[in-house]
Write a protein that binds this ligand. Structure first.
Ligand SMILES: [Zn+2]
Length: 268
């Protein structure tokens, strides 16, 4: 057991808040620094089901990838979602901590975890801030394959959800260099188009950015795109976080078993 105050020092070492994007809201979002922490639950999102899971496992702290409070809230009105979730945390003596873009930019962030799951080699940040920090990841498959075969590998490497893996491009196109951004990676498309990647794997891609990206002339083949579930992609980070937390004396960390993908069913 350790105080949240003492634990926060480790958390800030793991995921320095200065690494977060300006728009992000990371660190402690609920709880008292004097709280005693013994068991930590790590999840992608803070939902009712995740709070239920934390209470059942007798956790005192939930660490999520996604912030609970990205926009300011005007009250703790429990008829509204954020007030409801915060009230449940407070009544359950649960603290809540967020490691988001400050975790993404590191070498064990969600994009690198995906790169490892796909077996990529020589993995580096896609948009480097330094040698070891940056957004997204880019790396190489050990052997060239086709887009359709690689898309099958992507699908098989991620947890199953209600959202299918889809791709855009010639199924027989040869794939060797792979760019990745785990969460909603529209904004990195210009960097991908400038890179030597054959394919870009990300989540939450929208109609117009895809239409434009695949039609953009570039050196070599047009870019191929693979769209995956945001939750499935970032659930891979949960194990990275548990590994880091397990090195802290006096606390134990559990990976959430709750699938928080809001897409629940695909239609065949
Ligand atoms: Zn995300």
């Amino acid at each position: 057991m350790t105080s949240l105050q003492a634990l926060a020092t480790h958390l800030d070492d793991f995921w320095p808040q200065t690494f977060a994007d300006d728009w992000d809201n990371v660190g402690l979002s609920a709880g008292s620094l004097s709280a005693e922490i013994e068991t930590i639950l790590v999840a992608v999102d803070l939902t009712d089901a995740v709070i239920d899971e934390a209470l059942a496992a007798k956790c005192q702290l939930i660490i999520t990838h996604h912030p609970l409070l990205l926009k300011p809230i005007g009250s703790l009105d429990e008829s509204k979602l954020k007030g409801h979730l915060l009230a449940r945390l407070i009544r359950g003596n649960l603290s809540h901590f967020v490691a988001h873009t400050n975790a993404d930019v590191q070498l064990d962030g969600a994009s690198t975890a995906m790169a490892n799951a796909f077996g990529l080699e020589q993995v580096e940040p896609l948009v480097p801030q330094s040698k070891t920090l940056g957004h997204g990841a880019i790396g190489e498959l050990p052997e060239q394959t086709t887009l359709s075969q690689f898309a099958k590998l992507v699908s098989a490497s991620l947890p199953k959800t209600g959202r299918r893996v889809v791709f855009s491009g010639n199924p027989d196109q040869q794939i060797k260099r792979v760019a990745i951004c785990s969460g909603a990676g529209d904004s990195l498309i210009p960097f991908v188009l400038d890179s030597d990647a054959d394919v870009y794997v990300t989540s939450d891609l929208r109609h117009h950015p895809v239409l434009d990206a695949v039609a953009t002339p570039r050196k070599g083949n047009p870019i191929a795109l693979i769209d995956v579930s945001h939750w499935a992609a970032e659930s891979l980070w949960v194990e990275s976080a548990v590994r880091r937390l397990s090195a802290i004396p006096g606390v134990s960390a559990l990976a959430s078993r709750i699938n928080t993908d809001p897409w629940t069913q695909e239609v065949n």
